[in-house]
Design a protein around this ligand. Structure first.
Ligand code: FES
Length: 102
């Protein structure tokens, strides 16, 4: 694993998302129901910014047209089709880190 520090812990409050850019990739990081999640940050429909979407019951809803994805799997929440890559994420020493290589 190659952990990459992306955010200060205090920068991501419960129920919020944040967009992280890394070498041209957009990753959305969320703190939801006490857990952290990291998934591809652009919606598979038309590229909507998922970090600005609405969190509910383990899903993120795209702010543009409402497609929903499961945070744990990256699957479309309606069709169950795998759509977004997910990334390991952890919080250590006041920092949030993701692993983009796994
Ligand atoms: S761009 Fe996300 S639902 Fe259309």
């Amino acid at each position: 694993m190659a952990w990459l520090e992306v955010l200060d812990s205090q920068a991501l409050k419960e129920g919020e998302g944040s967009e992280v850019l890394h070498h041209g990739n957009v990753i959305a990081v969320f703190r939801h129901e006490g857990r952290l999640y990291a998934v591809d940050g652009l919606c598979m429909h038309q590229g909507g910014p998922l970090a600005r979407g609405k969190l509910a019951s383990g899903t993120i809803q795209c702010p543009w047209h409402g497609w929903m994805y499961e945070l744990e799997t990256g699957n479309n929440a309606v069709t169950c089709q795998r759509m977004l890559r997910t990334y390991p994420v952890r919080e250590i020493d006041g920092k949030i880190e993701i692993d983009l290589e796994t």
